[in-house]
Design a protein around this ligand. Sequence first.
Ligand SMILES: [Zn+2]
Length: 263
Amino acid sequence: MPCTGIHAVPSGPIEFPELVYSFVICDEKVVMIDGGVANSIMDVSFLDKLDYLVITHLHIDHIGLIPDIVSTYKPKILVYEGFKKYLENPDKINKTARQILGELVDIYGEVKPINGDILEVKGGEEIKIGKDTMKIFYTPGHAKHHISVMIGDVLYTGDSAGGRYYGIPFPTTPPPLDLEKYISSLEFQISLKPRVVGLSHGGFTSSSHLLEHLEQIKNNEHVDIDLGGTQGEILRRHLEINYKGLEEARSKAVGNKGLSQKP
Ligand SMILES: [Zn+2]
């Protein structure tokens, strides 16, 4: 039976499935946004086909399960231009993840090579999927190759617009962060006026999240979200890494300003 509607499917590690969400949009064509971590038990048994798999960016918590998904459904994979080679040989992705995330990589699992029908995009593409059209937008900052997707009035932001647990927005800003681009991508996404946003780290939420998150970044507000237990530990570690990224980016910005003020 063909699937219907839109779905937020937990695709995080077994210890914390809701740490990451993949999204499935069922129209005449079926689209998935991101492919979770390798050590996930993501349930996509409701799918009898998958036409497109969009990768918002190439961090290990968004692409680990893709080899399995590809072998089952053989979707067209969309990724930012110039980055197909890193999917086919993910050594660099795994190595960078280890440097930034440390032992969290063992919880998520390393990425295996992803082969298949990979299309490179640069933002601006529109693909008719039936009743609706999938629009691809370039939203750098969190990563220089980050893309977001809008289908109907729902915007799937990957990690370009923060995460949200318990109704509390938080930054998704690990190093190396381009803070200026992160903020302008966020402002651009607000201008798209979505009704709903799908956050990779938080699931579906109202679009008011975008403005709340922008304010917290601009005002340098720190949040602490205690989920308790192992899940709390994993989120706490991420928040530490994200605030480190923000601090580094801010001190770099101050340094640059200092330089430019010299005669
Ligand atoms: Zn992520």
